[in-house]
Design a protein around this ligand. Sequence first.
Ligand SMILES: Nc1ncnc2c1ncn2[C@@H]1O[C@H](COP(=O)(O)OP(=O)(O)OP(=O)(O)O)[C@@H](O)[C@H]1O
Length: 337
Amino acid sequence: MNDAELLRVENLRTHFHAHDRTVKAVEGVSFSVRQGSTVCLVGESGSGKSATAFSILNLIPKSLGRIVAGKVLYQGEDLLQIPARRLRGILGNDIAMIFQEPASALNPVYTIGNQLTEVLRAHQRCTPREARRQARELLDRVGIADAERRLDDYPHQLSGGMRQRAMIAIALSCRPKLLIADEPTTALDATVQSQILALLHELQQETGMAMLFITHDLSVVAEIADRVVVMYAGRIVEEGNVMQIFDTPWMPYTRGLLKARPQLQPGRAFPRRLSAIPGSPPELAHLATGCSFRPRCSHAVADCARKMPELDMADGHSVRCSRWREIAAAAEPEVAA
Ligand SMILES: Nc1ncnc2c1ncn2[C@@H]1O[C@H](COP(=O)(O)OP(=O)(O)OP(=O)(O)O)[C@@H](O)[C@H]1O
C-alpha cells in the first residue's frame, strides 16, 4: 500500500441470497481512499453502493448474504480477515459511519448527551464532567443551537436535521480517520443539506479525516469529491478525479447521469431536467453477458453483448466501455457544461 493510502478495496464481491436467486450486488470492486481525501461513490438506486459500504465494514448479515471474495485493506490490515474484536476496535476508533436515516443509528431510550458521552468516555477515559463539556462542544460544532439543553433531549425530541447533526457529532466524537457516509443528507431539505456538507468539509480540513461519501446526487459530488467512483449493476464503470468525471466523462452511463442532473439556469425559477437515462437498471440476479449498460446505451453495438468490458485506464481515469475512445473523440460539449 502506498503511504498516503488509508483504505484499499480489492476485488470485492458480495452476493445476497433471495428467493433461491443470487443477487450479485458487488462484483469485483476495487478502489482506494487516500488520507484526508473525499471519494464519492455514485450510481442509480440498486447499483451496489450501500452493499459496498457495508461490505467494507464487514457488516453484511450472514442471513442475507456473503462477501464471497476480496480484500479491504485499512492501513494494510484486511478488515475481512481480522478477528471480530479487533474489527470492533477499528470501527469504534478509526472508522465511523453515518447513514441516511439517523433514527436507525440513535438509540431512542438514551438522551443525546448519554450517547455522546458514552463514546467520549470509552475513547478518552475522561471524567463524566469533562465528557459532558466535550459533548456540548461537539453539538455546538455541528450547529445545534442551545447545546447544553439539547444534551438532555431524547432523539424523538429533535427535528430530522438536528438528529442528523447529532449522529454526525457522535460519529465524529472519536475523531475518525475515515468517515463512511451513506446518503447522509438525502432526506434533508436543501438548506440543511448544504450546511451539513459545509460542516463535514470544515471538520475534514481541521482533522484531516478522509471520507467515503455515497450519494446519487451529482451536485453534492461536484461540491465535495476529490475522486469519483461510478457504479452500475454492482461494478465500477468509471473512476477518476472530479474534473475528469465532470468535464470529460468517458462512459455513456456517466454521461447519462450528468445529463439527467437537474440544473439551475439563470432566469428560471425551477431547475431544468435535461434528459433522463432511458430504461432502468438490470435485475442483478439475471445479468446477461456483455456490458450491463448496453440495453440503455445509445452507443451500443453488437460487439458490446459479447463480453463484459474490462476497466481500461489512462491518466488515472478508468472506464468500463469498449467504445470509450470513439465516444471521447466525438465528445458532446454540453456534457462538460
Ligand atoms: N438483503 C438483500 N437481499 C437481497 N438483495 C439485496 C439485499 N440488499 C440489497 N440487495 C440488492 O443488492 C443490490 C444493490 O443494493 P444497494 O442497496 O447496495 O444499492 P444502492 O446503490 O446503495 O441503492 P440505493 O441508492 O437505493 O441505496 C440491489 O439490487 C438490491 O436489491
